[in-house]
Design a protein around this ligand. Structure first.
Ligand SMILES: [Zn+2]
Length: 440
């Protein structure tokens, strides 16, 4: 139970320490982000979906020679499309040669298509989809596989946000990466290979917003829902991906209140996976956007055509992505809430029954927002904006019963992902560590 008097005291402490931050406190909505979200064009999305359909198939092992059909024509078109948006975008192929294995029936050159919009900082925020497609027979590289929803929808969204962000004139702190993966249908190969390379090169990836099957609002069972999107994230409950999911809901729904973000406390749909899983496997925070009502008969099938899409729905999903990615890319880095030994900097001092939180200052932050919730619950329940301070004490507040986190906020109100105070897992100690005296 939080005693109101103590919270009031916390505000008083913050106000005296951070009056300058309050004096320039900004409204919750940044006009620049409102403008970005408004620039998302349903017509542009429609044109991209129709173009992707014309390639007939985008199977990872389909033709690379044809100018009009297959994976080669598709990747060249995506590359050129990125290039046409803005000279600020650095466009390239992220290329691998995958040896014959599993669903790859011969050595195959695989190219992710990526566009980088450099920010002040090298830390990266990804918006992604996969441009390869498949038919019912995953080994048949020649069969019709229009893949307009799976995952033309994610590719159209990624291209549209690359256009809007790169043409906005906004200078972001984070570097934005617009990524169209390949070989998803062969086992998330394009995403895994890229994530592995990023890890080897010590690339900092703050977030991956992966969109796969996000363009249809009519379920195969006849139920229609064009007003919500599912976001899946790997646990446990305060994992980096879960914090990213909460962030997407918080900021996506602030800028797009007409669209509901439904968080799902599991890595993906039941027994299924997507490219975000590949990033998770290399330790990067990543979430998967999935339409609320799927039509399974149109997936991995010649019937996955434009006629099964709702561009208005896809546009709403693109706006949610835009709001979350822009806020994150403009915000300071999240605060560090651990000491040099990796232990959470939270304790019960001074009384032993208080909540005493400390964090390291984030460059560019002018204030911090402290969040908490009961220890049995998925969503942050309370938050307070404190000034430009690096510690907070809440008296008579047991840290055993609440989960705490803190986000960095800049002078324009851009807020980072929340850094939660979590204890390391207890698996390090087991009965094998206990010395026992042999029985006589
Ligand atoms: Zn897919």
């Amino acid at each position: 139970m939080i005693r109101a008097a103590r919270v009031v005291l916390a505000f008083a402490v913050a106000a005296s320490a951070g009056r300058a931050a309050y004096a320039q406190a900004a409204p919750d909505l940044d006009p620049k982000i409102v403008q970005l979200v408004a620039q998302v064009s349903q017509e542009r999305l429609t044109a991209t979906l129709k173009q992707l359909e014309t390639f007939g198939t985008r199977h990872t092992m389909s033709s690379t020679d044809s100018a009009t059909r297959g994976i080669g024509a598709a990747r060249r078109w995506i590359f050129d499309e990125f290039r046409s948006f803005s000279p600020r975008l650095q466009v390239g192929f992220d290329t691998y040669v995958i040896a014959k294995q599993g669903r790859i029936t011969r050595d195959t050159e695989a190219r992710n298509v990526m566009a980088v919009l450099p920010g002040r900082s090298p830390r990266r925020v990804y918006i992604s989809g996969h441009y390869d497609s498949r038919s019912a027979d995953v080994l048949d590289a020649g069969a019709a596989a229009p893949g307009v929803n799976d995952d033309g929808s994610g590719v159209a969204l990624t291209l549209e946000l690359a256009r809007v962000f790169s043409q906005s004139g906004v200078e972001f702190d984070a570097t934005l990466v617009f990524m169209c993966h390949v070989a998803e249908e062969q086992g998330l190969m394009g995403a895994k290979l890229h994530a592995q390379r990023a890890k080897e090169q010590h690339v900092v990836i703050d977030a991956v917003l992966n969109n796969d099957i996000v363009g249809n609002d009519r379920g195969g069972n006849g139920i229609v829902d064009g007003e919500s999107i599912r976001v899946y994230s790997e646990g446990p409950e305060d994992s980096p991906s879960r914090e990213l999911a909460r962030y997407v809901q918080r900021w996506g729904m602030r800028y797009v209140p007409s669209h509901r973000v439904r968080l799902m406390a599991r890595p993906d749909r039941f027994s299924r996976a997507g490219d975000h899983t590949g990033y998770n496997q290399y330790g990067f925070p990543a979430v998967g956007f999935r339409e609320s009502r799927e039509n399974f008969t149109r997936q991995h099938d010649a019937r996955d055509t434009f006629e099964g899409l709702s561009p208005a729905y896809l546009a709403q999903n693109a706006r949610v992505n835009a709001a979350a990615a822009a806020t994150l890319a403009l915000a300071p880095e999240r605060p560090v809430v651990t000491n040099d030994r990796g232990q959470a900097t939270i304790d019960g001092q001074p009384s032993g029954y208080d909540a005493h939180l400390r964090w390291k200052a984030s460059p560019g932050a002018t204030a911090y927002r402290v969040f908490w919730r009961e220890a049995w619950g998925p969503d942050w329940q309370h938050d307070v904006l404190v000034g430009n301070v690096t510690e907070l004490t809440l008296q008579n507040t047991l840290i055993d019963d609440l989960v705490f986190g803190v986000a960095a906020v800049d002078a324009l109100g851009h807020e980072s992902i929340v850094s939660p105070y979590i204890a390391p897992p207890s698996t390090a100690v087991d009965a094998g560590d206990i010395k026992t005296v042999p029985a006589r």
